[in-house]
Ligand binder design. Structure first.
Ligand SMILES: [Zn+2]
Length: 433
């Protein structure tokens, strides 16, 4: 499959390479970006040609970009159709938000607010929580500002709980978000999840039971440098997806950086070699500090429960679930990404995927066609049940990368609350359902 696509890409792209002197087909700052449907286009071909390609949520594939990007598609013989705006109408932040809280685009929290949130939650619920610094962002490693990457452990703490030790007494469910910075709904979903399970302990029987028996770990912002870039646009957030690594690159903002969901060390390599492309894999496996941080953290949370072979099955006694939240497509995607072949635990992963889909009505479908993803690492290396959630549809006021903030309460949280609780309950034996 990959070979066929690779040959096709070479044939289709080479004649136009000369005309493409811009470093990327991303929307330029100051221009108006749209989602374009591109009927009949191949995702891999357009990605390798430097376009910003997204799942079409059932329809044709979509390209993100301004009129100049559409003109490039036309020049390549495609017929892009303007599908929807990237920016929705920005409404006033909800009055329930405190005065003085730093938000952008109608209510989304900045990295500083996420950091304060974890500190505040830890102070309010010391018997339930512990916050960890699990590593540095790229800018911090270079002394250019940046951030610590923070994780929170949430459980009814007993002696030995929330230790960075894979042999934990309680099974663990890990949720990570905003690895892709512009996928705004994902960090907010993590925020609401943290609030729900801390505030609900002792009053909500379901939450109480989960915290009595399970450790919930959350990294709300895996890519804080990227989120800083996104938020710098204010009511017109920048479309930064990757981290802030601009070493040796002449890519325009927001096209520089390494795609942290192509940089994981499990079977790293393959597509994504274009330096300014949205799926740039980096210079080596886990080359980025953000990737190193979460991989080391996952290894501290979960023992290796699967053999080294591609066909080794994680046993039914395996513990642990991981969800990495992305936008968009209304999808629940288990591994593999690196091959279209079914993974050895495909049936079990599908069964739990369907349990979660009963709450959010997303489609469960194997990832395929990507290498270096987080969930290939956590399943492939450690054997834990791993999923990519693609939150939301590709259009409408709650669709795309930048849904209206009110969609958090009207759509994303009510749809996904039950799915996250189902994942937490399954952590003790995800393949036994
Ligand atoms: Zn993503």
């Amino acid at each position: 499959m990959k070979l066929r696509i690779g040959v096709l890409a070479a044939v289709m792209v080479l004649p136009f390479a000369v005309a493409s002197t811009t470093s990327s087909a991303q929307a330029r700052p100051g221009s108006t970006p749209y989602y374009w449907q591109v009927p009949g286009a191949d995702e891999d071909v357009l990605t390798e040609a430097g376009f910003d390609v997204e799942h079409g949520a059932g329809g044709p594939i979509q390209v993100v970009g301004d009129q100049g990007v559409a003109n490039r598609l036309l020049g390549l013989g495609y017929r892009p159709v303007k599908f929807d705006t990237v920016y929705k109408e920005v409404l006033a932040p909800p009055r329930t938000q405190d005065v003085g809280v730093q938000t952008f685009y109608g209510g989304y929290h900045t990295v500083a607010e996420h950091e304060k949130h974890l500190t505040d939650v830890a102070a309010a619920y010391p018997a339930l929580t512990q916050v960890f610094d699990i590593g540095d962002s790229w800018r911090k490693t270079r002394g250019q500002g940046g951030h610590d990457i923070r994780a929170i452990c949430i459980t009814k703490k007993q002696a030995g709980d929330c230790a960075l030790n894979p042999n934990s007494a309680k099974p663990r469910f890990a949720l990570i978000a905003q690895l892709h910075a512009r996928e705004l709904a994902t960090g907010e979903l993590a925020w609401k999840w943290i609030d729900h399970v801390t505030k609900g302990y002792g009053s909500d029987p379901e939450v109480t039971s989960v915290l009595d028996t399970t450790e919930l770990w959350v990294v709300p912002i895996v890519n804080p440098d990227g989120v800083d870039i996104v938020a710098s646009g204010g009511s017109r957030p920048l479309l930064q997806r990757k981290n802030a690594n601009n070493t040796g690159a002449s890519c325009s903002t927001p096209s520089y950086g390494v795609d942290l969901n192509r940089n994981s060390s499990f079977k790293w390599g393959g597509a994504g070699t274009s330096r300014c492309g949205e799926t740039y894999q980096g210079t080596g496996a886990a080359s980025e500090p953000e990737t190193k941080a979460i991989e080391a953290w996952f290894k501290q949370l979960f023992p290796d429960q699967r053999g080294p072979g591609d066909r080794d099955v994680a046993p039914v006694t395996t513990k642990g679930v991981m969800i990495t939240a992305h936008s968009y497509g209304n999808l629940i995607m288990p591994p593999w990404g690196w091959t279209w072949d079914a993974n050895p635990n495909a049936a079990g992963l599908r069964a739990l995927g369907q349990k979660m889909a009963a709450f959010n009505s997303y489609t469960v479908v194997a990832e395929g066609d990507t290498t270096g993803t987080t969930d290939d690492f956590t399943y492939g290396n450690l054997g834990i049940a791993s999923y990519t959630f693609e939150l939301g549809s590709g259009s409408g006021s709650c669709g795309g990368f930048f849904p209206q903030y009110s969609c958090m309460d009207s759509l994303f949280w009510p749809r996904n609350k039950g799915a996250l609780l189902a994942a937490a309950k399954a952590a003790k034996a995800p393949y036994a359902s």
